[in-house]
Design a protein around this ligand. Structure first.
Ligand SMILES: [Mg+2]
Length: 103
């Protein structure tokens, strides 16, 4: 018996591990911001706010997500993203101001 039951190549498994790791890092930053605010910072690094750290983690996440095209994971177009946001707005309570495009 050779290969893994999930039939993932080592590269595919690694990309999924990277994706999970980046999702976790984004979630961690969301938790920090919910507890301490966007403009708070780690006491050991006052030069970097939670807002900046969230931006970095989102960049990491988007980079890894883009690499999943190698695994034929469909990548949503900007139009798909707009439609997804519109669906989210149907069940949101405080997003009225974001119906207009973000700066
Ligand atoms: Mg990261």
């Amino acid at each position: 018996m050779d290969g893994h039951f999930n039939k993932l190549t080592p590269a595919e498994a690694e990309r999924l591990a990277m994706l999970a790791e980046e999702c976790g890092e984004v979630i961690q930053m969301i938790g920090k911001i919910l507890r301490h605010g966007y403009d708070s910072y780690h006491p050991n690094d006052p030069s970097t706010t939670n807002r900046q750290l969230l931006g970095r983690e989102l960049t990491d996440l988007l980079a890894v997500a883009a690499a999943l095209c190698r695994d034929n994971v469909p990548e949503g177009s900007l139009h798909d993203q707009d439609q997804a946001w519109e669906r989210k707005l149907r069940y949101a309570h405080h997003q009225e101001e974001l119906v207009v495009e973000c700066p």
